[in-house]
Design a protein around this ligand. Structure first.
Ligand SMILES: Nc1ncnc2c1ncn2[C@@H]1O[C@H](COP(=O)(O)O)[C@@H](OP(=O)(O)O)[C@H]1O
Ligand SMILES: [Mg+2]
Length: 358
């Protein structure tokens, strides 16, 4: 007798084995299918629970998308700037002094605009370096989402263009002409975004919040603004700072003669717009923009990009290109022109490096 009285026929054994294999197959294939489904579902959400922020592959950013978000950021920041000014509660304070001893002002308009602009850009392009004029309070975060829509005028003029995310530096000026903002000189105020690629300014957005006017341009792409049809090269009208002038008037007269018209104005964004064909009633016109004191890169990057996109120039007073990476200061002053012989203008400036900075 076989042990325990069980007799296994070969046929029974075969059926038993087949059944076992079937059960194993069923269990294992279900597991595999589950794993596969999980893999397929989890792949697009690798960046987190939200939808992907950009259509560009990982590690790359699309400059056309960056332009669209930059325009939106300037507009949304501008809404804050306008709201605070109209509410008349600026909470104005001094955040320090310039090298020349002028008080640097800070208002709720600067801070609220900065918060909107920074979080909108950061949310849309988390992998990109963003340098902003104002401190971003990490305890006061805000989710400002971007719906990924590209405005029609941008779609029409600009093609998608991918660049490595690490080559990009974004510069935000949440409120240019803060001094004039506190004096209620609204026409000078702008919000600005600039995108530099490997230090070169390629996208510039300058937005006037009080007249809802926005200028944008991309180098080798397109723009919604153009240069004027003529400029006075012989006796140019020079636009200069009204609150951080330094010796700029003296320098301008020394260079272009005593008859030269000098236009004092607030805001670096406003002064670049003065060189362009801007259909805006509160905008003066000029032929050259000169600044002789120290200035920060968020103040000038957007204007530099816009001018470059339109064939103009913004350089230091010595004629060097300004690199928009690294430190946030520009030491060499600036001269900006368009449809003029920029080199000849620089050669006319007499030893400015030595005489004009202070
Ligand atoms: N010497 C200086 N030091 C620091 N910032 C300066 C400066 N000269 C000009 N700026 C800044 O550059 C912007 C344009 O200046 P201006 O109106 O005098 O032409 C202003 O930016 P904000 O208003 O964004 O602070 C101003 O503060
Ligand atoms: Mg500024």
């Amino acid at each position: 007798m076989a042990p325990m009285g069980i007799r296994l026929s070969p046929l029974g054994m075969a059926v038993f084995c087949l059944l076992g294999l079937g059960v194993l197959y069923h269990l294992y294939s279900g597991f595999l299918a589950g794993r596969f489904a999980f893999f397929m579902l989890s792949e697009p959400a690798a960046g987190g629970p939200e939808a992907p922020r950009s259509s560009a592959p990982a590690g790359a950013v699309d400059l056309r998308e960056l332009l669209a978000v930059s325009v939106l950021a300037a507009v949304r920041g501008g809404e804050e700037v306008k709201r605070v000014r109209e509410g008349n509660v600026l909470n104005e304070k001094a955040k320090g002094k310039t090298r020349e001893g002028a008080e640097e002002k800070l208002t709720s308009g600067d801070l609220l605009s900065n918060r909107k602009m920074f979080y909108l850009l950061k949310g849309a392009f988390p992998g990109v370096q963003i340098n902003s004029e104002e401190h971003v309070d990490a305890a006061d975060q805000e989710t400002v989402s971007w719906d990924r829509s590209i405005p029609e005028d941008i779609k029409k003029k600009i093609q998608p263009k991918e660049v490595p995310a690490e080559s990009v530096t974004v510069w935000i000026d949440p409120l240019d002409a803060t001094q004039e903002y506190t004096e209620d000189l609204r026409q000078y105020v702008t919000t600005m975004v600039c995108v530099a690629v490997n230090g070169k300014p390629v996208i510039g957005v300058i937005h006037k919040p009080f007249s809802a006017y926005t200028v944008w341009a991309m180098v080798d792409g397109g723009s919604n603004v153009k240069a004027r049809s003529s400029y006075n090269e012989k006796t140019p009208r020079i636009i200069v700072s009204r609150s951080h002038a330094g010796k700029v008037e003296q320098v301008a007269r020394q260079t272009f003669g005593n008859k030269t018209v000098i236009i004092p104005a607030g805001g670096a964004g406003y002064k670049v717009l003065a060189l362009l064909d801007v259909a805006e009633k509160n905008q003066e016109e000029a032929d050259v923009y000169i600044h002789v004191t120290y200035i920060k890169k968020w103040d000038i990057c957007a204007g530099n990009a816009v001018l470059r996109a339109l064939g103009g120039h913004m350089t230091t007073l010595a004629g060097e290109e300004i690199s928009y990476t690294g430190s946030d200061g520009n030491e060499g002053g600036l001269i900006a022109s368009i449809n003029m012989n920029h080199k000849a203008l620089i050669e006319k400036l007499p030893n400015l490096e030595k005489t004009s900075r202070k």
